[in-house]
Design a protein around this ligand. Structure first.
Ligand SMILES: [Zn+2]
Length: 325
């Protein structure tokens, strides 16, 4: 074995064996938690503190965790943890579920990505028909029309890369939420992406965000998530793949839209929790924010957002191809 290959081989062994048990051996952290110093050793990352953030960094990746907060960043893109980063003794910790179902799958996608090449993407334009979704305040622009236009653009971009795409609606109709995921199952979707634009009570709210299904036993990360619904869902079978897909979508969405990063979040929206394959729901900006309403009203912004979503899917496909190789 060539020496560099051997080094890489051992590096992977260390990572894999580390993953077998995420309990630290030398730090006294409670069951169900993982110490940040353990994570820094596992990834050979240098750990330092900057204000309220603990920063772990190596040549390839940077993980930042805000203390006493649910916010973390991987390579500058925000992800919401299920539970806040907490200190036990001298050790800052995160929940094991956040390490195993978000951070580790994103940083070591090759170990978690599905071992089958995806073939079919189902795009779900939100709302439709008698349900307009969110509305703009300055114009009469409605979410159902905006997201249908973005969905067509995503389809065109993916088909140009020889990816098969189906849509849950192609006109101004309102398929039921269950019908949308049932359709994805019927056609054998490998990826399901629901496309939305946000609405909020405050005109200040702005930015783009991506939701994936909350892990079993944990709440949604947004205030409009359904409380009390903590049971494992059909889509929880794809927790790791959801994180890889969701992170790729959010990174590319932020990059192409140039809007504020509201993060990769968790929710139990019906269309993602019942999806029969890795899935995510993207919010492409707020129709209730005057600036973003103007942007969503422009074809050039909708094209940028569509490129972000398509690039997110292509990035996910690339990671799977690398994992299979
Ligand atoms: Zn919506």
């Amino acid at each position: 074995m060539h020496s560099i290959t051997r080094k890489l081989f051992f590096y992977q062994i260390v990572l894999f064996s580390g993953c077998a048990s995420t309990r630290t051996v030398d730090a006294k952290t409670p069951t169900g938690t993982v110490g940040l110093s353990y994570i820094s050793r596992l990834y050979s990352m240098k750990m330092s503190a900057f204000g309220k953030k603990i920063v772990l960094e190596n040549k390839y990746n940077k993980l930042e965790v805000e203390t006493n907060s649910r916010r973390a960043w991987i390579n500058g893109v925000m992800i919401w943890l299920h539970e806040p980063c907490r200190k036990y003794g001298n050790e800052w910790t995160i929940r094991e579920v956040d390490f195993k179902k978000a951070i580790d799958p994103i940083l070591r996608s090759y170990a978690y990505a599905p071992k089958r090449l995806p073939r079919l993407v189902v795009i779900d334009p939100g709302h439709g028909g008698s349900d307009p979704g969110a509305s703009g305040s300055k114009s009469n622009i409605r979410e159902k029309e905006v997201v249908l236009d973005i969905s067509y653009r995503v389809r065109k971009l993916l088909e140009a890369k020889n990816i098969k795409v189906r849509m849950t609606r192609t006109g101004d109709t309102l398929p039921g939420l269950d019908a949308r995921t049932a359709y994805a199952a019927k056609v054998g979707a490998d990826v399901f992406i629901s496309i939305h634009a946000d609405g909020a009570g405050s005109p200040q709210a702005h930015g783009v965000e991506t939701f994936i299904t909350s892990a079993a036993g944990y709440d949604s990360s947004n205030f409009y998530g359904q409380g009390g619904d903590k049971e494992a869902q059909r889509n929880n079978a794809y927790d790791a793949a959801n994180a890889i897909l969701g992170f790729s979508l959010q990174s590319n969405l932020v990059n192409m839209s140039k809007r504020e990063d509201r993060g990769l979040r968790r929710a139990r929206f019906s269309v993602i929790k019942k999806a029969p394959c890795p899935s995510a729901l993207v919010e492409c900006g707020f129709l209730t924010n005057p600036d973003e309403e103007s942007l969503l009203n422009s074809a050039s912004y909708r094209e940028s957002v569509a490129r972000g979503i398509a690039n997110g899917v292509l990035g996910y496909f690339t990671l799977i191809k690398r994992a299979i190789r």
